[in-house]
Each structure stands twice: as structure tokens, then as C-alpha cells.
Design a protein around this ligand. Structure first.
Ligand code: NAD
Length: 392
């Protein structure tokens, strides 16, 4: 008998989030310098994939990318611009991934080339997935264009599409080469997309950073009114907390069962599916967080004052917190999201709640009766009536 052969090695990852304004202005050397850092003296092939919501709102973008690559053509080899349908539908069909894979194949994009994706979180997830499976991993530069993608979804390590009626069922853990946030893209966002991404900032503040929560509380009106500086700080701080958690939280590729950054997400993911993705991810996350903090109050983890304070901030920013779920059947369907969430992460059920503003608290079981009470409470009134503690 041969003895077992032990195998062990470590791979370290390093990537940078850059912030800029007017990324493809000819004088802006950031993009060129990122490629130059990778390869100084030769031309690097670049396949651009662009969300159609962005292309329609920024009508000069495709032309500007071409002119920019032309100016720095000693380093940048512009292969093609591909425009794809934006929004969640890009994650719901295999067609989108096939389109990217086909372009990677037909244009001989190799592991020394780059796919550059410009768009909202959905397109970034989908293109990231395609890039990760082509040749077992083509390099990816993400240029996120929504608040949610700039402060959360594009700064992490996950790529995915939906399948079998389940959110993010297919996917990879594959860190990007780098991420570039260009604040100018945000000017053309619909108000709902401007607001939706703030849910993820409130999420990290609630589980990790009381001071950041206080900042968001103080600046809620400014955020709602699209104050530029306030939004820039909110995005930067939120992205930083996400990135620090991924690097130092001890589980970047989620092999454990605890997933604090998914606070409020069991209900959000289920709700997105139940509403046929008519809700934005951030809108669903806001509802999911408020449901879970209401539950946290009902089981005695946070005070009524804390609960009211949290709800007030969400409302002041402009979130609609009610769930489009009323009948017993609909409630039960939503609650199935708890088991699906466990199944997605594997292992023991772990739902992150809070035991105070800024402090996360994991629980391993959910009382369905109390969760339904929490849901009714959120729906009865957005000024939550949760005066009586449960005596269930
Ligand atoms: P989205 O990608 O669905 O975009 C919303 C809409 O905005 C789309 O119609 C899009 O075309 C349009 N759009 C994008 N940028 C625009 C701009 N600058 N101007 C005008 N219109 C623009 O929404 P999102 O909130 O950015 O992303 C949500 C997705 O992110 C979900 O699929 C969610 O699952 C995913 N996500 C992924 C992670 C991760 O770790 N990978 C984390 C959180 C969320």
C-alpha cells in the first residue's frame, strides 16, 4: 500500500480599487497605467463588455473607449465593444454568458488579455462568471456604474448567474485584476438605483461600524437628495469595509457557514425571485434588513429605540420597506428562503442579526412564528408597532 501524498500550497491575491472621474477622458492616464503595470512594453488585448443601460445613458462612451485606446495604442489593443442587456435579466439566461464566451473564443482572448466589464452589479456578475470559466480564468477589470456595484458587488470576489429559479446558483470565487469606480457614471442613475445601493452601506454599518451608521443617519437627507460628496464618502467607506472583511474576516471564499455580509439577504434573495426580479437587489436588501432587525427586537436582541432609529434612517433615505407578501401561503414561500439560504452556504444554518447598532450576532435557528410576526409588523405600518415583546 502506498502512503497518502500530502499536498498543500497557498495562493495570495492582491487587487486594487481605484476611484476617478472621467475614466476615458484622453488626459486621464489611470486606465492606461493599470494595463502598463501589468505589461509595460507590449500591447495588451482588451475586450470591453458594456451594460446597455450605461451605453444608452452615456452615448459617447463607446466612441470614447475607442479614442482612448487609440491614443495609448502602444499599450492598449482594443479588440471590440460588446453591448449586453443590463439588469437582472442578464443573470437569468444562459444566452448572455454564451455571448461573452463566444466573443472570448472568436477574438482569441487569452489569460494574458483582459475582459473589461462596464455596468451594474448584474452585468458585472454575469461577465465575471463568463471570464472566470473561459480558459479557467481570463483577467477581469470591473468598472461598476451603480451605487450598489461601486460600494459592494464589484469590490469582492464572487461572480454568478441565476439558475433553477435560484439566485446566484452558478458561480465562481474569482477576484478581479482591479476595480475602477468612476463617479461620473452615477449622474445618470434613476433615483431608485441611486437609493438602492445605500442599503449595502447601512448593512455594513449595522453589523460592523456604529460611527458609519451615525454618519448615514446624519446625512440621510443629503444622500436622498443626491449630494455628490456625501455619496462619494458613503461608497468609499462601504467598499473599504467590504474589502477589509474579505481580506481579514478569515473566510474570503466562504467555506464556513457564517456570512455576515449577507445580513438581511436570506429574505432579499427569496423576495427578488418571488417578485420576478422587479425589485432591485438593494431595495430587497433594505426590506430584508428591516425584517431581520424587527425579528432581532422580538427575540430581545435590540431595544425598541434601536429598532425605531434604524427604520427611521431607511425611511429618510427613501426606502419603501413593505413586503409584497400578505397571505399565509406567500409568507410561507418567503420563509422557505431561510432553508435555501442554508443550502446555498452549506452546513449549519447561520443567520446574521445584530445585538446592537454596529454589532453583529449570529443565530442558528429561526422561530417561524416570530418571523411571521416580524413580517406582519413591517407590513402593518412602516412606523413599526413592535411595542410588545413576544411572549411566545
Ligand atoms: P443592476 O445591475 O440590475 O442595474 C440596474 C439598472 O441600472 C439596469 O437596468 C442597468 O442597465 C442600469 N444602469 C447601470 N448603470 C447605469 C448608469 N450609470 N446609468 C444609468 N443606468 C444604469 O443593479 P445593481 O444594483 O447594480 O446590481 C444588482 C446585482 O448585483 C444583483 O444581481 C445582485 O445579486 C448582485 N450582487 C452581487 C454581489 C457579489 O458579491 N458578486 C454582491 C451584491 C449584489
Amino acid at each position: 500500500m502506498f502512503k497518502p501524498i500530502e499536498q498543500e500550497f497557498k495562493v495570495s491575491y492582491r487587487y486594487t480599487l481605484h476611484s476617478t472621474k472621467g475614466l476615458f477622458d484622453l488626459e486621464n492616464e489611470l486606465f492606461k497605467s493599470i494595463i502598463q503595470e501589468y505589461k509595460k512594453n507590449s500591447r495588451v488585448k482588451l475586450l470591453f463588455v458594456i451594460d446597455d443601460g450605461v451605453a444608452n445613458a452615456h452615448t459617447d462612451l463607446l466612441k470614447n473607449i475607442e479614442s482612448y485606446c487609440e491614443k495609448y495604442s502602444y499599450n492598449l489593443s482594443h479588440i471590440k465593444n460588446i453591448v449586453v442587456k443590463g439588469g437582472e435579466q442578464s443573470k437569468n439566461s444562459d444566452g448572455s454568458v454564451d455571448k461573452i464566451l463566444k466573443a472570448i473564443n472568436e477574438n482569441a482572448i487569452c489569460r494574458h488579455s483582459f475582459v473589461v466589464v462596464i455596468g451594474g452589479g448584474a452585468v458585472i456578475d454575469m461577465v465575471g462568471y463568463a471570464a472566470a470559466i473561459a480558459h479557467r480564468g481570463v483577467k477581469l477589470i470591473r468598472i461598476p456604474t451603480t451605487v450598489l456595484s461601486q460600494n459592494d458587488s464589484a469590490v469582492g470576489v464572487k461572480n454568478s448567474i441565476n439558475a433553477f429559479g435560484k439566485k446566484n446558483f452558478l458561480g465562481t470565487f474569482a477576484p478581479p485584476y482591479s476595480i475602477i469606480n468612476d463617479s461620473e457614471f452615477l449622474n445618470t442613475l434613476e433615483q431608485r438605483d441611486w437609493i438602492a445601493g445605500i442599503a449595502e452601506a447601512l448593512k455594513v454599518a449595522l453589523i460592523k461600524d456604529l460611527d458609519f451608521f451615525v454618519y448615514l443617519e446624519k446625512h440621510a437627507e443629503k444622500l436622498r437628495e443626491r449630494d455628490y460628496e456625501t455619496m462619494q464618502y458613503t461608497i468609499y467607506k462601504c467598499a473599504e469595509i467590504h474589502m477589509q472583511h474579505i481580506a481579514h474576516g478569515g473566510d474570503p471564499f466562504e467555506s464556513g457557514s457564517s456570512r455576515p455580509l449577507d445580513f438581511g439577504h436570506w429574505a432579499a434573495h427569496k423576495l427578488e425571485h418571488l417578485t420576478d426580479y422587479s425589485l432591485r437587489h438593494g431595495e430587497a436588501v433594505a426590506k430584508g434588513i428591516v425584517l431581520d432587525v424587527t425579528y432581532a427586537h422580538l427575540i430581545g436582541l435590540i431595544t425598541e429605540n434601536e429598532l425605531k432609529r434604524i427604520v427611521r434612517v431607511f425611511e429618510a433615505i427613501g426606502f419603501d420597506l413593505r413586503f409584497p407578501v400578505e397571505s399565509e401561503t406567500e409568507m410561507n414561500r418567503l420563509l422557505n428562503g431561510i432553508e435555501e439560504f442554508r443550502e446555498h452556504l452549506g452546513g449549519q444554518l447561520t443567520i446574521t442579526l445584530i445585538s446592537g447598532i454596529g454589532t453583529k450576532h449570529d443565530v442558528h435557528e429561526i422561530d417561524n412564528y416570530l418571523m411571521k410576526r416580524a413580517l406582519q409588523s413591517v407590513n402593518d405600518t412602516t412606523n413599526l408597532k413592535v411595542n410588545q415583546r413576544a411572549n411566545h
